[in-house]
Design a binder for this molecule. Structure first.
Ligand code: FAD
Length: 480
């Protein structure tokens, strides 16, 4: 009996072996599978520097997993079509499988690549797995895309129970001993300065790390999620987003584990429903981008496009470095630089501050997040920034301006979060932690705080900034 010709599994942001439809189909019929990752200089959505750190470690973990199964993760740099051509010539592979990508740039790249390979007689198949639903599966009764989350999610929930169960990792026969480059040679890790030094103790990139994170969340931290998820010092959130972003775990696996935890009584109905709805927001963001390809570039609601943005490099730098003089904003921005993530509540506060207090273009914030977040995602990032700016689909109303002082008091009432990330004001009493400039000088002195020296004065006055932002927004409606 002749051995079937090999199939190539082209890994991209799907770095796992279980619940991997592309791998399962590639390996069907006993076809040997070539696991390939291409470091493509023309990748359609170049990732930021923080995510490069994650990618390096995630690929290392996947490589070890495949080696343990007597296979090899082949690493090659170059244009994807050229590398595929080389590997096909060298191995006689007759099929290429990949997990579908949904950003406009990736759709264009994959459509062209598929046509190119088909022209050469290669079978190409793209597969689902990244989201609970494909963006074309959910529509209004009229057949149009939803623009609002609640009815979108209701429609998803109605179809969720019929969703297929996660696939086990297939018993594939992997090919090995093919020419491969090394991750070290790709230089994805920062050296001087090594700003990612703190990441390693916080994160375990890879499929095993993702599963361990999910299990520990459902075991210990999901109880109380519905309320606790708003408090940045609480440990109720899952921290799964970088794992999801790199495709080390699927939402379908999360759903299956959540349902098990609910049956066992580890997670209550309210907490489970809220958590699942947040995973639903991830689907919704991808859905919005799929149906509105300009989402990262243009205001979803065009009436906001002429907003008179300020172009102020000094204020932008103060925001990026966590030196605005507003402790809850500075805490978030420093958490981001030191850990590669930021709590969702604080993301909303810092984004609102940039857009509304500083009136700096939301695209500048989006681009900083893209470079510094380990979970940076074209769809979720764009949808969320537009949500905060008020110009997105189903967005917060533009006149909702997060007050960074009352947000600190409400969501970090004992100052645990601020004290962790802004240690130079840690000795202030709780009541002044959100607004140190309101503390009497004797209190500042006792806490060893000298405004303008040890911690900045606020770079804008909250009340004046709020009035100016509202005036700018109202100017828009007057001219519309
Ligand atoms: P959990 O609360 O445990 O939620 C579980 C999962 O649901 C998350 O891992 C995530 O995949 C998804 N999720 C939760 N909230 C949202 C949301 N609002 N929108 C979309 N998906 C959500 N999330 C990203 O994954 N990538 C981004 O680039 C990104 N940029 C953002 C920018 C701004 C300005 C804001 C306000 C939010 C952004 N978010 C982004 C959404 C959210 O902040 C993160 O997904 C969440 O903080 C991740 O933490 P977690 O995994 O502990 O979330």
């Amino acid at each position: 009996m002749t051995t079937p010709r090999p199939a190539i599994l082209l890994f991209r942001n799907d770095l796992r072996l279980s619940d991997h439809p592309a791998l399962t189909v590639a390996a069907a019929g006993g076809k040997p599978v070539i696991c390939l990752y291409v470091n493509d200089p023309d990748a359609p959505d170049p990732i930021g520097r923080a995510q490069l750190w994650w990618l390096h470690h995630s690929l290392a973990a996947l490589g070890r997993q495949i080696a343990d199964l007597s296979g090899q993760l082949v690493l090659r740099a170059g244009k994807t079509r050229d590398v595929l051509g080389d590997v096909i010539r060298a191995t006689g592979a007759d099929a290429v499988h990949w997990s579908r990508r949904y950003t406009p740039n990736a759709i264009a790249a994959d459509t062209a690549l598929k046509a190119h390979l088909n022209d050469r007689g290669i079978h190409v198949e793209s597969h689902a797995g990244r989201y609970l639903f494909e963006p074309w599966q959910i529509a209004t009764k009229a057949g149009t895309p939803f623009r609002v989350f609640t009815p979108f999610w209701r429609s998803c929930l109605a179809q969720l129970d019929a969703a297929p169960a996660p696939l086990p990792a297939p018993d594939a026969s992997f090919m090995r001993d093919l020419p491969s480059e090394t991750l070290e040679g790709w230089g994805g890790l920062p050296t001087r300065p090594n700003w990612a030094a703190g990441f390693g103790s916080l994160w375990t990139p890879g499929e095993a790390g993702a599963m361990a994170r999910l299990d520990s969340f459902l075991d210990k931290r999901a109880q109380g999620y519905a309320q606790g998820r708003d408090f940045p010092a609480a440990t109720n959130v899952s921290n799964l987003s970088p794992h999801l972003q790199m495709g080390e775990i699927t939402p379908r696996q999360i759903l299956a584990s959540l349902r098990r935890a609910e049956v066992l009584g580890d997670v209550g109905q309210r907490d489970g429903a809220k958590f699942l709805a947040e995973v639903g927001w991830r689907d919704f963001s991808a859905y919005l981008l799929y149906h509105n390809p300009t989402l990262p570039l243009e205001e979803f609601q065009p009436k906001f496009a002429p907003f008179p943005w300020r172009d102020d490099a000094k204020d932008l730098t103060a925001w990026q470095r966590g030196q605005t003089g507003y402790p809850i904003v500075d805490a978030g921005m420093r958490e981001l630089l030191q850990t590669g993530t930021m709590h969702n509540r604080v993301r909303m506060i810092v984004a609102s501050f940039l857009i509304k207090h500083l009136r700096i273009n939301w695209r500048a914030g989006l681009s900083w997040f893209h470079d510094t977040l380990l979970d940076a995602d074209v769809a979720s990032n764009a949808a969320s920034w537009q949500w905060v700016a008020g110009c997105g689909a189903d967005a917060a109303p533009y006149f909702r301006i997060f007050n960074p002082i009352t947000q600190a008091t409400k969501f970090d009432p004992d100052g645990t979060y601020i004290r962790q990330w802004v240690p130079e004001i840690a000795a202030l009493p709780d009541k002044y932690l959100g607004a140190p400039w309101k503390a009497p000088s004797a209190v500042l002195q006792a806490a060893h705080v000298t405004l303008g020296m040890t911690y900045p004065h606020p770079i804008v006055d909250h009340a004046r900034a709020r009035t100016a932002a509202l005036a700018a927004f109202e100017g828009l409606s007057a001219s519309a």
